[in-house]
Design a protein around this ligand. Structure first.
Ligand code: ADP
Length: 275
């Protein structure tokens, strides 16, 4: 499963990402964490990013895109990943689309955590207090002035991604103001829906184009079935039985249909993950 978490700083992306890691056995790829590690290690990327991050601005697209491109090549990302903090601009989203397309992969969903901006300061203050209580070093950008700039950067550069993913058919919005466990449950629900749509499209993506193709295919099959049934052929009977087995709304693959093997494997994996 490949997911994106979208939302302003303090909306709970990190918290939900950790839970998704456990739930689905995929890795969390946080560009913020990667950049902070680069800063701490004093790498060339870190040196470039340090002051930009401290100001609450966005690191240049090419820098972040190349970090993500390297990271998703790692073996632990093969199973899937949750991108937390990436993409943050439309060019980053386009770069991600290209990267995934080259690998023949798609996105399962872009999950938007919707929150009132008023709550963000409160949440960041709480995070700072908790980090201090644990004796941890507080992020240099977790202060009221920089947070204001980060929220501004989100509004100006990242919020347009909500429309971007809506147009691509992969946006799933969740109320991020609810308690943590409720947000998690809501994410599970929208992911269930995203996976059902993905299965219908017989594609690893939930792009609307894929869904349209699936719908067209289904309509064609129904038409052909009716034609055969009318002609009273043996094939018509067989097709009728297969459609009956499948059942309305069921995603169970009918044996022998193109893609049936892939869909069966997907259904088995789904069962394993649930178990
Ligand atoms: P938050 O989501 O709490 O704002 P992050 O830990 O995701 O914080 O990111 C911290 C900082 O790292 C950002 O303010 C920005 O400077 C930089 N950064 C992280 N991800 C990206 C990205 N995809 N593009 C550009 N800059 C980024």
């Amino acid at each position: 499963m490949r997911l994106i978490l979208l939302g302003p700083p303090g909306c709970g992306k990190g918290t939900q990402a950790l839970r998704l890691v456990e739930r689905y056995g995929i890795v969390q790829l946080s560009t913020g964490d990667m950049l902070r590690a680069a800063v701490a290690a004093g790498t060339p990327v870190g040196l470039k990013a340090r002051d930009i991050m401290a100001r609450g601005e966005l690191v240049p697209d090419d820098v972040v895109v190349s970090i993500v491109a390297d990271r998703i090549e790692q073996p632990d990302a093969k199973n899937g990943f949750i991108l937390d903090g990436f993409p943050r601009t439309v060019p980053q989203a386009q770069a991600l689309d290209r990267m995934l397309k080259e690998k023949g992969l798609g996105l399962d969903a872009a999950i938007e955590l919707k929150v009132d901006e008023g709550i963000l300061h409160e949440r960041i203050q709480k995070r700072v207090a908790e980090m201090r209580a644990r004796g941890e070093t507080v992020r240099p950008d977790d202060n009221p002035e920089t947070l204001e700039k980060r929220v501004h950067a989100y509004r100006a550069q990242t919020a347009p991604l909500v429309s971007y993913y809506k147009e691509h058919g992969s946006l799933r919005s969740v109320d991020g103001m609810a308690p943590i466990l409720e947000v998690s449950a809501a994410i599970d629900r929208v992911l269930g829906a995203a996976r059902a749509v993905g299965a219908a499209a017989k594609s690893p993506t939930v792009k609307s184009a894929a869904r349209k193709t699936a719908r067209r295919g289904a309509a064609k099959r129904t038409k052909a079935k009716a034609k055969r049934a009318k002609a009273g052929t043996k094939a018509g009977t067989k097709a009728g039985t297969m459609a009956g087995t499948k059942g309305r709304g069921s995603r169970r693959p009918a044996a022998g249909r193109p893609g049936a093997k892939k869909a069966r494997k997907k259904a088995i994996n789904k069962g394993r993950r649930r178990g």
